[in-house]
Design a binder for this molecule. Structure first.
Ligand code: 3HC
Length: 291
């Protein structure tokens, strides 16, 4: 592969999933988190996901150990100095991402490529916060990263020749399928997907059908692995809102004007599976409730 050591900044659901994909591909990974508590959570994601693969007979315990050993966990950005590619996967706040990139610019090798896993922010705005905008790309994985086969690779008007191709080759070498897309809010997949998800949220709030029937209709009628409300709970309702707001800002298309019910759930802190409740409830003893 054209990269030999890869850094991942942020080990939440997406970052840990990306680190796992890279380590499964045999690459040494440096995983960075902000503090020890976040690092412990990141390690937990990696252990849970690889443990699940062992439980299903898809991975041996020894294979699991090798994958986990390939990921060096640290809270020091300086440990990224030896990486030739760093993928940032911190929360979707432009100011935070720009700060992370400014820091990466200081500690990373001059020839290192820096990538953002943003799902909705402008890669160009992130690129111009560094002194190496020609080496900045977007690399957009889907949730859950170890399972989903698509990765969007995004070049900006500033990206130098060759970098997008190198990253796309890496993605293909990891067994995923890359598509190369321009720097437009939502790229391709989210731009198409979120109009539909938003419509499902509006239909649910309007009492068009129950949440279960909306989900069943699309799962069985649309041949999809999950219905839209279940999928939004998986993605995280905060992320859904962020993607919709970013796409709406650019498109001004009312299909992307966030459903009020989505905003209401996010304000209430009901963010989906990760908080135990969103459109559905996930508490063990708790019966499913309407939001
Ligand atoms: N981490 C690692 N592996 C996981 C996983 C996770 N979080 N969730 C499921 N898996 C694995 C399982 O181990 C299993 O693997 P195996 O076949 O090798 O044993 C396989 O995936 C299937 O899992 P399950 O049998 O438990 O469950 P399902 O068959 O219901 O599949 C699913 C779960 C893969 C999540 C499937 O329902 C699905 O594909 N849902 C749609 C997901 C989707 O559309 N994601 C894109 C969201 S948009 C996005 O991410 C963009 C962002 O910018 C917002």
């Amino acid at each position: 592969m054209s990269f030999s050591k890869i850094g991942v900044v942020g080990l939440g659901t997406m970052g840990a999933g990306i680190a796992e994909v890279l380590a499964r591909g045999g690459l040494p990974v440096v995983g960075v988190e902000i503090d020890d508590a976040a690092l412990t959570r990141g390690r937990g994601h990696l252990e849970k996901s690889t443990g699940r693969a062992v439980g299903r007979g898809r991975l041996t315990e020894e294979g699991r150990r090798e994958i986990l050993d390939r990921v060096a966990l640290t809270t020091a950005f300086a440990d990224l100095a030896g990486c030739d590619l760093v993928i940032e996967a911190v929360p979707e706040r432009l100011e935070l991402k720009r700060r992370v990139f400014a820091e990466l610019d200081k500690v990373c090798r001059a020839d290192a490529v820096l990538a953002t896993n943003t799902s909705s922010l402008s890669v160009t705005e992130i690129a111009v916060s560094t002194g190496r905008p020609e080496q900045i790309v977007g690399v957009h994985f889907f949730n859950p990263a170890p399972v989903m086969r698509l990765v969007e690779v995004i070049g900006t008007v500033l990206t130098g020749p060759g970098h997008v191709g190198r990253v796309a080759d890496l993605v293909a070498g990891l067994g995923k399928t890359p598509v190369v897309v321009g720097d437009r809010a939502g790229f391709v997949a989210n731009r198409l997907l979120f109009g539909y998800l938003n419509q499902a949220a509006n239909m649910y709030a309007d009492g068009h059908a129950t949440r279960e029937d909306i989900d069943t209709a699309m799962r069985l009628g649309g041949g999809l692995p999950m219905g839209p409300l279940t999928l939004m709970d998986l993605i995280g309702l905060d992320t859904c809102l962020e993607v919709l707001e970013a796409v709406y800002r650019e498109s001004r298309d009312r299909r992307h004007a966030a459903a009020p019910v989505l905003r209401e759930l996010v304000t209430a802190g009901l963010l989906g599976r990760k908080t135990g409740r969103g459109f559905y409830s996930y508490g063990e003893a708790e019966p499913a409730r309407e939001p």
